[in-house]
Design a protein. Structure first.
Lengths: 403, 678
């Protein structure tokens, strides 16, 4: 019977050849992305190579096959996201849907299910998780954590007892020269963001340099090259506050910079407002207070043997004491808090230290563990079958030779 | 440091405007220390084996852990001298003898040509004439003495102004030379205080406390500290006649400065003394061992440590008896017993003897000998394939090598109380053991001597590399059992993730090694009509790749789970993670490409070779990038060796492809007739 065009396409999508090609492309991407990290840092490489649809990789004279300094060429490559999506479809179709289940292929089927589970864990993590850090001195308490990389523009009315923040994520400005924020309910003005710089310094305008932003109140933004450690990049932008009612005054312009300690404050319609450019803050359903932090060094040297934090986790309903240490995080209500660091790094012996926690919200947190178990079972079944077959064949051969 | 009677004395000194003669600088004092030795004999009697054995077992704390003196001496000698032996005047010195010479006979050891300089340019830059020497040679401390200031100044500039990752080769060697000289200086000065006679007879008041002939060292001082405090008491001093008071104050101040100075030197020395009390707290930090200055300090503070003081006394007595071998031996044994007793309070002496035994047996060196002999016999056996004796000999020697290797790894695990793989050095040993044992299992099934020959070759290469890398560890870390950073201090993940991943590495490398036989055999036309021979190799390689894939995938995912527990993310595209992923992908590609018919036998083996290159990149190459969270694996200086490996493997692949292409042009159908082995 002739196969339908759909079945034919499906079979091709799920073929081992497509799997081989996709894995080869992933291998090449992983290799090139790994080498690029030395120059561009992990964050940028991750975005360019592994979380992208498409990219151009540049080969320059650092490669042995380019003989002259200054020579370079680029090749187009599908991004990691493209490869992984096609690979996952291929896996689902060829490795699960169309796989003929027999005794011989049972293990392979299980392996594919395990890999599909792991890929879905990655997808959920990519789309539905957020992460940041929480830095606490002893006796300090907080109920929100700060993103490592993402920035936001926060707008709030000052002088009020309860602060109602309006947030605009910097991501929305990506690829646009300017962004006009739609009127926000309760705010008597509209905002226009423009001239975003991924890394810059705010400096007083002087005769020796030209700012990369409008000069406002004698200050300007100086563009700086992006550094490999993305946490060290300090963005900046120009913001225009346009009153909704022209009687409330003229448009006001200001510079916002990630390194400034105070927000921009202005008055409109007899109210005072503040705007700050800061790293995104995520709230937690509970608060964490650091009761005690301890860093234990190996005797006689300054290598940390362990560091641990005794904290109090408090929510409206309950309160409990928890110890968070390396390899032993706190998991609760979809959040995971890890002991990740401490500081200040140049603290004198015996000086008070702060504790740093990595905080992750990841719905697929434990899925990799389940997938590992599934894959291990599938591989064990497959390879034990193959090994037994091989041993039988060898024994038969030896028997024939000896006869 | 707070010395109970010193602030009082200082105040008093200011009050009575005493004339001081204490402008002695540290350098002057060091010169005095050296001058004091000028009259010493320039030859010494050989060390008795009993003395060396006792000293070997002295426990000490160094690099964050308790270890025997034998290990400490071995790595210092390896770092400075480049090997664990030195021949001086027809006498071969081992690490302990050499270190004892440095500590007890510095005036003699200064002339030992034991400081290895691998690049004479380092010395030329420091103004030393190297025309009479080879580019790489050993120099004595005295030879380098005129250039010491220059060497230290240059090394200081390099470390202060540049990141270590940007140092040139000469700069790195300069810093290493400065470190080696510093290590020797620390040994020379380790027993300075024991040789130093403090001014205890300058005034009758001090003579009344210490007698007229006090011995050198800290120990004679300690029993008189209470009386010394009484003498230094303000009221007591004010009760003295004016003339006497000035003399006594001057004498006390002189004593104070010399004591402080010697304590300062002792603080740079070795931490010999375990605390006399063990902590009973559950979360207590590990016990910090003391240098000899802390023993003196505790006595001054009125909290004496009798066991430590007794051990210090015997140690100093041993230094005093350095030219009387029987007495010295007796003191060495006594010190060993006392230090062991202190260590035992914390349960830290149990593994010291085992560690001495470990280095005495030298498991990996003997395993290397076994594997090398096995390889030679295996090669000879190929000349006469039917002879059984060479085959048995190969098995015997390989098994002996494997037993030695596994025993060595096991002893290391017991000493450290950790799973077998925690450092790059240990990965070499573990991977070698896994490769050899897997190859021997394959041989027991296949019996064509291919896997066994590979086992002997890989065993020899692995043991050789481990010895070479041990030297590197000595230079950079000073030990092959270093203290682990906090995140690694978990036996569960070390024994699951790390072991699985390294098993995956082993299988990938073993598969590549066996695939070489197929590729080279085809190139050379070896047994070209024996299809079974080549099919059998393909089956072996296929099985090994499956075995490796299992451990690579499980190990990599376990690593992700560990990262999720430690850092809060399953996958972070860190170079080491990427390396592991590349191995998984490469092995999956091999299996899928073969099953889908994209490659046949020849292509299959070439891909296995590529997989071997990827394993090498993942194992060593990513560490050279100096980025990522897996910083415990960073190393340098491996690049050249790795480039050679990539080059040779790449050339072999290219050559094989070229020959296959030429062959397909001359005999178009020859390759197509080879069907993939099932």
């Amino acid at each position: 019977m002739k196969k339908s065009i759909w079945l034919n396409t499906l079979e091709r999508m799920g073929s081992q050849k497509v799997a081989t090609v996709m894995m080869t492309l992933l291998l090449i991407l992983t290799y090139l992305g790994t080498l690029e990290q030395a120059e561009h840092g992990l964050y940028r490489v991750q975005q360019t190579y592994f979380e992208s649809w498409f990219l151009f990789h540049q080969f320059d004279s650092d490669w042995w096959f380019i003989p002259f300094e200054g020579w370079s060429f680029s090749i187009p490559l599908p991004g990691g996201l493209t490869c992984m999506i096609i690979f996952t479809i291929n896996l689902l179709v060829g490795g699960i849907l169309l796989l003929r289940l027999r005794k011989r292929t049972f293990g392979i089927f299980i392996i594919h299910v395990g890999i599909a589970l792991m890929m879905s864990a990655g997808l959920v993590k990519l789309k539905a998780s957020d992460e940041g850090y929480l830095q606490l001195w002893e006796s300090q308490e907080a109920a929100e954590y700060i993103s490592h990389h993402e920035w936001e523009v926060a707008v709030f009315e000052t002088g009020k007892t309860s602060v109602d923040e309006h947030l605009v994520r910097m991501k929305r400005l990506a690829g646009n020269s300017e962004l006009v924020i739609e009127p926000i309910a309760g705010l008597p003005f509209q905002l226009k963001l423009s001239g975003a710089l991924p890394n810059c310094r705010a400096l007083p305008v002087g005769p020796n340099w030209t700012p990369d932003s409008p000069a406002i109140d004698g200050w300007g933004l100086l563009k700086r090259p992006e550094v490999a450690e993305n946490e060290q990049n300090l963005p900046g932008l120009t913001i225009d506050m346009i009153p909704s009612d022209s009687e409330d005054g003229p448009t006001q312009q200001a510079l916002l910079w990630g390194g400034q300690n105070y927000p921009w404050t202005f008055e409109v319609a007899d109210k005072s407002f503040s705007i700050a450019l800061r790293k995104i803050r995520h709230s937690m359903p509970f608060s964490i207070r650091l009761d005690n932090f301890e860093k234990v060094d190996h005797p006689g040297i300054s290598v940390a043997k362990e560091y641990r934090s005794d904290v109090t986790q408090r929510s409206e309903a309950s309160q409990r004491k928890v110890r968070i240490e390396m390899n032993d995080p706190l998991r609760d209500q979809g959040l995971i808090l890890f002991q990740s660091s401490w500081g200040p790094s140049n603290a004198a012996p015996g000086a008070e230290l702060y504790s740093v926690f990595s905080v992750v919200r990841n719905p697929s947190d434990q899925w990799p563990l389940y997938s590992c178990i599934v894959i291990a079972i599938g591989m064990a079944i497959t390879f034990v079958q193959k090994f037994l077959g091989y041993s039988k064949k060898q024994a038969k051969q030896h028997k024939e030779i000896s006869q | 440091m707070i010395l109970k009677w010193l602030p009082l004395l200082l105040m008093l000194c200011c009050g009575v405007s005493a004339q001081t003669n204490s402008n002695q600088t540290e350098a002057d004092s060091l010169d005095q220390s050296q001058d004091a030795n000028v009259e010493a004999p320039m030859v010494r009697a050989p060390w008795s084996s009993k003395t060396l054995d006792a000293v070997k077992h002295w426990p000490l704390q160094h690099g964050g852990r308790v270890k025997p003196f034998d290990t400490f001496a071995g790595f210092i000698m390896l770092k400075v001298n480049g090997k664990r032996s030195l021949t001086v005047n027809h006498e071969t010195l081992g690490p302990v003898a050499w270190t004892l010479d440095c500590m007890l006979y510095p005036e003699i050891a200064r002339s030992y040509e034991c400081i290895r300089v691998t690049n004479s340019e380092v010395l030329t830059n420091a103004g030393i004439d190297v025309s009479q020497r080879k580019r790489s040679s050993r120099w004595s401390f005295d030879d380098l003495l005129p250039a010491l200031d220059q060497i230290f100044e240059t090394a200081g500039q390099i470390t202060e102004t540049k990141e270590s990752s940007t140092w040139s080769l000469v700069e790195r060697q300069t810093v290493q030379l400065a470190q080696n000289i510093r290590a020797m200086e620390e040994l020379f000065h380790a027993f300075d205080a024991a040789r130093w006679t403090f001014p205890l007879t300058t005034v009758p008041e001090l003579q009344a406390i210490y007698g007229t002939t006090p011995k050198p060292g800290f120990s004679p001082l300690i029993p008189g500290f209470i009386q010394l405090e009484e003498l230094a008491n303000t009221d007591a001093l004010l009760n003295l006649p004016d003339e006497r008071r000035i003399e006594v104050v001057n004498a006390l101040q002189d004593l104070r400065e010399q004591l402080l100075h010697q304590m300062q030197i002792a603080r740079q020395g070795i931490a010999w003394f375990a605390p006399e009390q063990a902590s009973t707290q559950e979360d207590a930090a590990p016990a910090v061992w003391s240098h000899s200055d802390v023993v003196v300090q505790n006595a001054l503070l009125g909290s004496p440590v009798p066991l430590q003081a007794e051990a210090l006394k015997n140690m100093e007595a041993m230094v005093a008896a350095r030219d009387h071998r029987p007495l010295l031996q007796q003191q060495a044994v006594l010190v060993q017993e006392q230090l062991a007793r202190l260590a035992a309070i914390h349960g830290q002496y149990g593994r010291v003897s085992l560690e001495v035994f470990f280095y005495r047996v030298d498991f990996f060196y003997h395993a290397l000998i076994c594997f090398t002999l096995a390889f030679i016999i295996a090669c000879l056996s190929w000349l006469k394939p039917d002879a059984k004796l060479p085959s048995k000999g190969t098995w015997l020697m390989s098994l002996s090598g494997l037993i030695l290797l596994i025993s060595g790894i096991t002893v290391r695990c017991i000493i450290q109380g950790r799973p077998p793989v925690t450092t790059l050095y240990e990965t070499i040993l573990f991977i070698t053991a896994c490769c050899v044992s897997t190859a021997m299992v394959i041989e027991s099934l296949d019996r064509r001597k291919i896997a066994l020959t590979m086992a002997t070759l890989l065993g020899s290469i692995g043991c050789f590399l481990s010895m070479k890398y041990e030297l590197k560890e000595a230079v950079t870390a000073g030990d092959t059992m270093p203290s682990l950073v906090a995140v690694l201090d978990t036996n569960f993940w070390l024994s699951t993730h790390v072991t699985s991943v390294t098993l995956g590495y082993s299988a990938g490398l073993l598969a590549a090694a066996i695939a070489h036989v197929w590729i080279i055999g085809k190139i050379l036309g070896f047994r070209k009509d024996d299809k079974d021979f080549y099919k059998s190799i393909t089956r072996m390689v296929y099985g090994t790749i499956c075995f490796g894939l299992f451990f690579s995938i499980v190990g990599t995912i376990l690593g992700g789970i560990w990262a999720n527990y430690s850092w809060g993310r399953f996958w972070g595209w860190d170079p080491k993670e990427n390396g592991a992923l590349m191995i998984c992908l490469a092995e999956l590609i091999i299996l899928h490409a073969r099953m889908s018919g994209l490659v046949r036998e020849h292509g299959f083996h070439l891909l296995v070779l590529v997989n071997g290159i990827i394993v090498a990149f993942s194992w060593w190459g990513v560490n050279l990038l100096n980025v990522g969270l897996h910083s415990y694996g960073f190393t340098d200086g491996i690049q050249q060796l790795l480039n050679w490996f990539y080059g040779v493997e790449g050339s072999l692949i290219a050559l094989s492809l070229l020959i296959a292409w030429i062959s397909s042009r001359t005999k178009p159908s020859s390759h197509r007739t080879i069907s993939p082995s099932k």
